[in-house]
Write a protein that binds this ligand. Structure first.
Ligand code: SAH
Ligand code: SF4
Ligand code: F3S
Length: 461
C-alpha cells in the first residue's frame, strides 16, 4: 500500500478570462494526487500558482508587482513555498520572469500544466540541493507547445463543482486579429474530441453542475472528432450535450462572428437548454477598422448574423466586446461603432481602450490614436452601453423567469441565482433550493443584478 501523501496547501491566484478560471481548477486537479488541497490565502501556503493574463495594459508589470508580494510570503515560509507563474504572461515572457524574479520556482505555459507533478518534483529537488540563498539554475520552465494533448493527461476532477461550471472544448486561435496576443500565447486552434467533452460534461453533472459553459478562444470554431470518426460542429455538440440528464442549461463563449454557421444558429432555435444569451464580440462598427483589425467581416455581416440569431431565438440577449482607439480609428469610425451599438442594442458589453501588445501587428502600426481621444471615446461608448444594459435589466422587471440557484445570498434566508441572461438574481429562499431551477418573478432591477420572488419551486430535480 502506498502511504497517503502529506497534506499540503495550494493557493491559486487567477487573472484573465474564463479559460484561466478553468485552467486554475484543472491545475488543482493535477496536483491533488500529490496531496495539495486548496488554501484560501497565499500566506503560509506550500505552493502558490499565479495564473496570469497578457491581453491588455501593463500585464507584465502587474505580474512583477504581485510576485514582489509573494516573494515576501515565500521568505516567511523559510523559502519552503513553491512559487509558480502560469498562464499567458508566463508563455509570452517566461525568460523575463526568470531574469527579473529568480525566486520563482516554476514558469509554465497554458499547454503544459498536465506536467505540473513532474515540475513540482524537479523544483523540490532543486530547492533541496540549493545551498543557502543561491537560486541560480533551480528554475523549471515549461513553455513549449507539446505534441501530446494535455487533456489526455488530466485526471477527472475530484473537486465538488459549483452549480455552474466551465468546460474547455477548444483552445488557441488561428485568426490573428491585428491587436491580439492570444494566437501567440495559446497557440494554434485545437478542438477536443466530442467523446472526451461528453464524458467530462457527465462527470461535471455528477459532481453537481447544472449549467455548463463551453469555453474556447473561438469556441464556435470547434470542429471535433465525433464518436463515429466523422466531424461535428458546435451545433451538433450542443444537441448531444442537451441530452445529458440533469443538465438543464448550456452556454458557450467566446464566439467569433465568422464561425457562426447555419447549424449553430439553428441550435439556438431547437435546443431549449441553450440559454438565450450570446457573447458575440464585434470590436468595432467601422468596416475600415474591422478590416485593419483583420476581423474578416463587415458591420453589415454582423448585423445580418444578429438578425438571423434573433429570428431563431426571439428572446436572445446579446453581449459584445469593443475596442476604441485601434490604430487609424477616426471620429467617423468611432461614430460607426456608436451607430452599430444603437442598432443592435446590447444587454451587456465590455469595452476597452486599444492597448498595444508587444509582437502584434497593430502595435507597430502608424496612426496610433492619442490617449485623450481613446479616453473620450471610451467614456461615450460606455455611457451608451450602460444605458442599454440598464434598459434591458429594467425590461425584465415584471417578467417571470427561470432562475438557477447557485448559492447562498449575503443575508440569512437569501439565495442567489442566475437568470437566463446571466444576471445574478437575489431573493428570499431556502438554501436547499441551491442546484434547482425555479420560476421567479422579477421585482427590481439594479445596475448589475435583479431581485425577485419565488413563484414556483423546482423546475428540475
Ligand atoms: N476570441 C475573442 C476575444 C478574446 S480577447 C474574440 O475574437 O472576440 C477578449 C477581448 O479583449 C477582445 O474581444 C477584445 O475586445 C479585447 N482585447 C484583446 N486585445 C486587446 C488589446 N490589445 N487592446 C484592447 N483590448 C483588447
Ligand atoms: Fe484574439 Fe482575434 Fe483570436 Fe479573438 S479571434 S482570440 S481577438 S486573435
Ligand atoms: Fe488573458 Fe490569455 Fe485569457 S491573455 S484573456 S488569459 S487567453
Amino acid at each position: 500500500m502506498t502511504p497517503s501523501p502529506d497534506r499540503k496547501r495550494l493557493h491559486v491566484i487567477t487573472w484573465g478570462c474564463q479559460m484561466n478560471v478553468y485552467d486554475s481548477g484543472r491545475m488543482a486537479d493535477v496536483l491533488a494526487p500529490l496531496g495539495y488541497a486548496p488554501a484560501e490565502t497565499a500566506d503560509g501556503a506550500d505552493m502558490v500558482i499565479l495564473n496570469t493574463c497578457h491581453i491588455r495594459d501593463k500585464a507584465a508589470e502587474k505580474v512583477f508587482s504581485e510576485l514582489g508580494r509573494l516573494r515576501r510570503l515565500k521568505e516567511a515560509t523559510g523559502n519552503r513555498m513553491i512559487l509558480a507563474v502560469a498562464g499567458c504572461v508566463a508563455q509570452a515572457e517566461g525568460a523575463e520572469i526568470l531574469a527579473r524574479a529568480p525566486y520563482v520556482d516554476i514558469v509554465l505555459g497554458p499547454q503544459t500544466y498536465h506536467r505540473l507533478p513532474e515540475m513540482v518534483a524537479r523544483a523540490s529537488r532543486a530547492g533541496a540541493s540549493r545551498a543557502g540563498a543561491s537560486r541560480a539554475g533551480g528554475v523549471v520552465i515549461e513553455t513549449d507547445f507539446p505534441v501530446e494533448d494535455k487533456f489526455d493527461h488530466l485526471p477527472d476532477s475530484a473537486r465538488p463543482q459549483g452549480v455552474t461550471a466551465f468546460l474547455t472544448i477548444q483552445e488557441g486561435c488561428d485568426k490573428f486579429c491585428s491587436f491580439c496576443v492570444v494566437p501567440y500565447t495559446r497557440g494554434a486552434e485545437q478542438s477536443r474530441p466530442a467523446a472526451a467533452i461528453l464524458r467530462e460534461a457527465r462527470h461535471l453533472v455528477a459532481q453537481g453542475a447544472r449549467e455548463i459553459t463551453l469555453l474556447g478562444q473561438n469556441v464556435n470554431a470547434w470542429h471535433g472528432e465525433a464518436p463515429d470518426g466523422s466531424s461535428w460542429g458546435l451545433g451538433r455538440l450542443l444537441r448531444e450535450l442537451a441530452d445529458i440528464p440533469d443538465l438543464p442549461r448550456l452556454r458557450y463563449a467566446t464566439s467569433h462572428p465568422r464561425d457562426m454557421d447555419d447549424d449553430l444558429i439553428a441550435a439556438h432555435r431547437d435546443v431549449p437548454a441553450l440559454m438565450p444569451f450570446l457573447h458575440l464580440p464585434v470590436q468595432s462598427g467601422s468596416d475600415r477598422i474591422l478590416e485593419a483589425m483583420n476581423r474578416k467581416h463587415s458591420a453589415a455581416d454582423y448585423r445580418r448574423i444578429v438578425d438571423r440569431l434573433r429570428d431563431a431565438r426571439p428572446d436572445l440577449a446579446l453581449s459584445s466586446d469593443f475596442i476604441v482607439g485601434h490604430p487609424g480609428e477616426t471620429e467617423a469610425d468611432f461614430e460607426a461603432t456608436m451607430t452599430l451599438v444603437r442598432q443592435v442594442d446590447f444587454a451587456l458589453a465590455y469595452s476597452f481602450k486599444y492597448s498595444p501588445r508587444p509582437g502584434t501587428p497593430a502595435a507597430g502600426a502608424p496612426l496610433q490614436v492619442r490617449e485623450a481621444d481613446k479616453d473620450r471615446r471610451l467614456q461615450a461608448l460606455q455611457a451608451l452601453l450602460r444605458e442599454q444594459q440598464a434598459r434591458f435589466a429594467q425590461a425584465c422587471v415584471g417578467l417571470t423567469l427561470p432562475v438557477l440557484f447557485t448559492g447562498p445570498g449575503r443575508h440569512s434566508g437569501q439565495i442567489v441565482g442566475r437568470s437566463p441572461f446571466l444576471h445574478p438574481v437575489h431573493l428570499s429562499g431556502h438554501a436547499d433550493l441551491i442546484g434547482n431551477e425555479s420560476m421567479v418573478r422579477i421585482v427590481t432591477a439594479h445596475p448589475n443584478s435583479l431581485a425577485g420572488t419565488l413563484v414556483q419551486e423546482r423546475l428540475i430535480a
